[in-house]
Design a binder for this molecule. Structure first.
Ligand code: ADP
Length: 334
């Protein structure tokens, strides 16, 4: 979908921001650019929608060199969300979200429907928020409007530059989770910039670790954790690799769809009532296929059970066991 071939970017003052970058962003996936401040992430992002032009090499969008495309048109096809969301303060939430559809000349009814659909999608019900002004919203809510605005014209690609960077840790986690849900619905191709390795591991299908303008490793979160290519990557990932592995491992990768007899009790307990309380008083909270192994493990410990029901649309579709989690953990550590 987007391919960087030997891309260099030197700013007029001589700063070499990007050096021989060669990565490919696959359609429908989230690629995260991660690295310390000043390593060239934002520059790389801006090269995609031509807010900057490369000094060497080329960037292809669906096999067309982006410098052969009309910059304005390209930017309308690509959603852009930045940290300081940049909402238009004098416009209502609804008008902000409608910006690109307006420019594209959609008819009123289609725009209204789209605004309503998107505000609902990002958790801001249209009837309540459509006519509010940005200054009446919290930081987290403004960021949600920013996401809705970027999605408005149904872009093929979304560029997100530290989109949740200015939020407090709790709101940030909440928006990350919501965005993962949204992404599983819309399946847009996303390029996401962050300096936070935990955010990268959580959000990315593939992660490009950058240092001083170079991409030092481009891999899946699991591969990155298991085989850091250099000392720099290892240090950047930091300690607690085992814990981080548990966070990137999804329940769906380790669950059993056939419930073994010895774990029937937890499924029966769950099906017996939503707030199932186990014999010793621990509360049994099921997991979903998209939950992390870390969440599953902590819920097993909390309820003092060996297994948890895996639930999708209120149906039990299998179980995940503490043994399976620990087994996978041991395998990956070896
Ligand atoms: P990151 O997003 O990883 O923090 P940037 O892409 O913003 O990194 O910056 C990479 C390098 O390029 C830094 O050294 C930064 O100071 C420099 N830089 C960024 N924008 C400009 C510019 N417009 N002119 C000159 N240097 C710049």
């Amino acid at each position: 979908m987007i391919r960087f071939e030997n891309v260099n970017k030197t700013y007029p003052d001589g700063t070499e921001a990007v050096n021989e970058l060669g990565i490919e962003v696959e359609e429908g996936t989230t690629t995260v650019l991660v690295g310390p401040s000043g390593c060239g992430k934002t520059t790389t992002m801006k090269l995609i929608n031509r807010l900057e032009e490369p000094s060497g090499g080329a960037i292809y969008y669906d096999d067309t060199d982006v410098t052969d495309l009309d910059a304005t048109e390209l930017r309308r096809k690509i959603g852009y969300v930045i940290q300081d969301v940049g909402l238009f303060e004098h416009m209502t939430v609804g008008e902000n979200v409608a910006t690109v559809p307006d420019l594209e000349g959609w008819d009123r009814e289609r725009i209204d429907d789209r605004v309503e659909e998107l505000l609902d999608l990002v958790g801001l019900p249209a009837e309540e928020y459509r006519d509010s002004y940005p200054s009446e919203l919290s930081g987290g809510q403004q960021q949600r409007v920013g996401v809705a605005r970027a999605l408005a014209a149904d872009p093929d690609v979304m560029l997100m530059d530290e989109p949740f960077g200015a939020l407090d840790p709790l709101t940030r986690e909440e928006l990350q989770d919501e965005f993962l849900d949204i992404q599983s619905e819309i399946e847009t191709t996303i390029v996401f910039v962050t300096h936070d390795i935990n955010e990268a591991l959580k959000m990315g299908n593939r992660i490009a670790v950058m240092n001083e303008g170079e991409c030092v490793q481009y891999d899946s979160p699991t591969a990155l954790l298991n085989n850091p290519a250099t000392k720099f990557v290892e240090d950047f990932i930091g300690p607690d690799r085992t814990l981080k592995q548990l966070r990137v491992l999804r329940v769906e990768e380790i669950m059993e769809s056939e419930v073994p007899d010895e774990h029937r009790t937890v499924v029966d307990a769950f099906e017996g009532g939503e707030d199932a309380v186990m014999a010793d008083g621990g509360e049994l909270i099921p997991v979903t296929p998209g939950d992390s192994a870390q969440v599953a493990l902590s819920r097993c410990i909390q309820a003092d059970v060996e297994a948890l029901p895996v639930v999708e649309s209120a149906d039990v579709i299998g179980v995940v066991t503490e043994t399976a989690i620990r087994h996978r953990q041991a395998e990956e550590a070896s």
